[in-house]
Design a binder for this molecule. Structure first.
Ligand SMILES: C[S@@+](CC[C@H](N)C(=O)[O-])C[C@H]1O[C@@H](n2cnc3c(N)ncnc32)[C@H](O)[C@@H]1O
Length: 503
């Protein structure tokens, strides 16, 4: 009887029509619970920060009320809510230091800020702090049930140690497991190998419902993106990019030469990254004397590389601005020319192109170069063989093989044509992609550009690490047996230009 009512409360929560919006509101307002997805869970935390975190969490827990408020018919241990808020605050603080600073250290200030963000979020929700508890249960229980679904069964001790699926916070697992058992989502049986846990049919339907909610809220896509950012932050972008795409600089030159710059121009480059175009390809020199390149870049790490290059080379006519293409902090009609190279597929393309048009002067050119839309790296014969395990995983889960970052063929042109731009013209630009350096290929495509993160992000933590290791070793063997001409393929990128009307 008790198990049934617990289950119906849980089921009521997961089927609440507002739940996917609630999840979206949480992660878009900085209430980030996916510690593991941004690789930040191993960052350091000062003792003072740890103390503050415990205090804040205890405060939030007592505001929510007693544990019975959460699961009225099933009291959890006294510490459950405090641990829950500690886990959430820790995740938010780690996310903050991981994405916004080069110093991977959580201080008291970061924790304090996380507390303020959490409070602000709760204040805007009808459910107040309960909303945080709800989101927490969806996200973390999804992770637990996902592990049981994936591994089919897990030893009780292994599950409770979190080693396979969530090594970052274990304090809550015992209470969570007792909930899953009471709700009939998980079944325990004694086998020759000790106590084993497996998902029940009921557990599977709750898992599927949670998956649907996370999908609908955009949270799964967000997770995948976090992994992408993570690798981009850590990899040697300049080298890797040029190794996997040996003619990228040449393709960029072809694009730029279609609408040459002139001395004295005010030029805007969006998503300037490490400065491959603005500095390495000497865009800044083309506007000298008198001209300026304003380089917009949202990622602090990329921006730091760019800043470094400008300082080392004593470049004074490049201004770096941290911003997103979709919301440019500039007046209308400020630039003579605006470009975006290998960027618009990461943006909300319509908004970004509209912003490009807005900030460009009448008569000025707006241009973009995009990597080949709809690249399927399996057209490189070696890669087709190498990445077969990924292909199979995607197929088993009914997911597309690669997430091509959202811009299908024709989409860029459509975004340009629906603005006021005139003389819009698009050119195919050949771009070779090569796996001749298979390490670089792996870093860029599998880890970095994260074409496969939507699949990888659904693997339990430990399995993802193992899977990637296995795939990397597989690449080693296959590369040794493959002819050079089976390691590359020529794709076609898109170069597009349009002119802002004169009036
Ligand atoms: C593939 S890199 C290209 C960098 C550089 N343009 C080049 O060609 O080497 C993509 C860049 O776009 C940036 N980016 C991603 N989303 C963005 C957005 N919404 N607005 C502006 N830049 C963005 C990333 O931080 C990254 O530096």
């Amino acid at each position: 009887m008790m198990a049934r009512s617990l289950y119906s409360i849980g089921w009521q929560i997961v089927t609440d029509p507002d739940l996917s919006d609630l999840v979206r509101r949480a992660y878009t307002n900085g209430v980030v619970m996916d510690t593991w997805m941004h690789g930040g869970w191993q960052a350091e935390i000062t003792s003072a920060a740890e103390i503050r975190l415990t205090e804040l969490a205890a405060g939030f827990a007592s505001e929510v009320g007693t544990e019975e408020t959460i699961w009225p018919v099933y009291p959890l241990s006294d510490q459950y809510l405090s641990h829950l808020f500690q886990a959430v605050l820790r995740s938010m603080a780690l996310f903050e230091v991981h994405t916004q600073s080069d110093v991977k250290l959580v201080t008291e200030r970061t924790v304090e800020q996380a507390g303020v963000t959490l409070q602000q979020f709760a204040a805007g929700e009808t459910w107040g702090l309960h909303a945080v508890v709800r989101v927490f249960h969806v996200i973390w229980s999804f992770e637990d049930l996902n592990a049981l679904r994936y591994f089919r069964r897990l030893g009780r001790d292994e599950f409770l140690s979190g080693v396979s699926h969530r090594p970052w916070v274990k304090d809550l697992l015992a209470d969570q497991l007792s909930l899953y058992l009471r709700m009939g989502l998980v079944k325990e049986s004694l086998t020759g190998k000790g106590d084993m846990l497996r998902l029940t049919p009921r557990g599977r339907s709750v898992f599927e419902e949670m998956e649907r909610i996370l999908e609908e809220s955009g949270e799964l896509a967000w997770r995948a993106n976090q992994q992408r950012w993570d690798i981009f932050r850590d990899m040697d972008y300049d080298t890797v990019f040029r190794v996997v795409g040996p003619d990228s600089d040449q393709a960029t030159r072809t694009f730029l030469d279609l609408r040459p710059l002139k001395p004295g121009m005010q030029v805007l480059e969006l998503g300037a990254g490490t400065g491959r175009v603005t500095v390495d390809m000497e865009l800044y020199k083309e506007v000298l004397p008198g001209g300026v390149v304003v380089a917009v870049e949202p990622s602090p790490t990329m921006e730091a590389h760019l800043q470094d290059k400008c300082t080392k080379e004593d470049i004074t006519n490049v201004q770096i601005v941290r911003a997103y293409a979709e919301h440019l902090p500039f007046e209308d009609s400020q630039f003579d020319q605006t470009v975006a190279v290998a960027v618009l597929h990461f943006t909300e393309v319509d908004e970004a192109v509209q912003e490009m048009v807005r900030v460009t002067k009448p008569g000025g050119w707006v241009g973009a170069l995009l990597p080949p839309p709809d690249v399927d790296v399996r057209e490189i014969p070696m890669v087709a063989l190498w990445l077969r395990p990924l292909s199979e995983l995607a197929e088993e889960w009914g997911l597309p093989f690669g997430d091509r970052n959202g811009l299908p063929p024709g989409r860029l042109e459509e975004a340009f044509r629906q603005t006021s731009l005139q003389d819009v013209k698009i050119w195919p630009v050949p771009v070779t992609i090569t796996a001749e350096d298979h390490h670089a290929f792996f870093t860029f495509f599998v880890k970095g550009a994260a074409v496969f993160q939507h699949t990888l992000a659904r693997l339990p933590y430990r399995e993802r690490v193992n899977f990637l290791q296995h795939l990397e070793q597989r690449g080693e063997q296959i590369a040794a047996q493959t002819r050079p001409d089976e390691k590359r393929h020529v794709y076609y990128g898109e170069a597009i230009w349009g002119r802002v009307p004169l009036n």
